[in-house]
Design a protein around this ligand. Structure first.
Ligand code: DAT
Ligand code: MG
Length: 195
């Protein structure tokens, strides 16, 4: 059994080396990556399909996707720039799913000018001010408690996109990585499906 694990680990290491050697076989080096989160209100309202359809109107490709149970640590790190805001605690509880469902769908989109293209489709932060043809304008709402339930997150700029993608995804979870990677041997306990 131990040998089998070693084999799998070695295979993973080899894949990682391959990924490093050819990071972007299908797109130009000027391509950007951006993080999109379908927030718990988007999931509980079954808006995933609609949101993905809106995003597919861009010419961007999905290079990473996973469903996440957001911990307080991840939520606070993601929204670190808003720590001093009076709505911070509600915001953290919202993204952790306390008002809807404890799931967030995290996606990385890639392509030319990806950050602005996605932000345009997503719309303004306040759903009441967002253009009604945008995702937030169509599906978002502001609660009486003042929480912006705006359905999706999208990275604001290059620096934030890099910080957020590195926070939510490990290199091997993306089919292409535009950020340099390094490998190191770890003694981490890993889980596999029981045979
Ligand atoms: P965006 O999500 O458009 O990048 P942001 O980074 O300024 O906006 O804020 C992150 C989230 O915090 C936002 O999606 C909703 C919430 N938020 C921002 N400003 C708010 C406000 N004035 N009242 C309530 N929630 C707010
Ligand atoms: Mg933001």
């Amino acid at each position: 059994m131990r040998e089998k694990h070693a084999e799998i680990k070695e295979e993973a290491d080899n894949n990682k080396m391959e990924q490093k050697a050819s990071p972007l076989p299908e797109t130009k080096m000027t391509a950007q990556q951006t993080l999109v989160l379908i927030k718990p209100d988007g999931l509980i309202k079954s808006l995933t399909g609609n949101i993905l359809t809106e995003l597919s109107n861009t010419d961007l490709i999905i290079v990473g996707a996973k469903i996440v149970q957001v911990t307080r640590e991840l939520a606070e790190e993601h929204y670190q720039h808003l720590r001093e805001e009076k709505f911070f605690d509600e915001l953290i509880r919202y993204i952790m799913g306390e008002f809807h469902t404890k799931r967030v769908l995290a996606l990385v989109y890639q392509g030319e000018n990806a950050i602005d293209k996605v932000r345009r489709v997503v719309g303004a932060t306040d759903p009441e001010k967002a253009d009604p043809t945008t995702i937030r304008g169509k599906y978002g709402r502001v609660t009486r408690a003042g929480v912006f339930e705006n359905v999706v997150h999208a990275s604001e700029n290059l620096k934030e996109a890099e910080r957020e993608i590195k926070l939510w995804f490990r290199p091997e979870e993306l089919v292409y990585t535009i950020y340099p990677t390094e490998s190191k041997k770890t003694a981490k306990l890993e889980f596999f499906w029981k045979k």
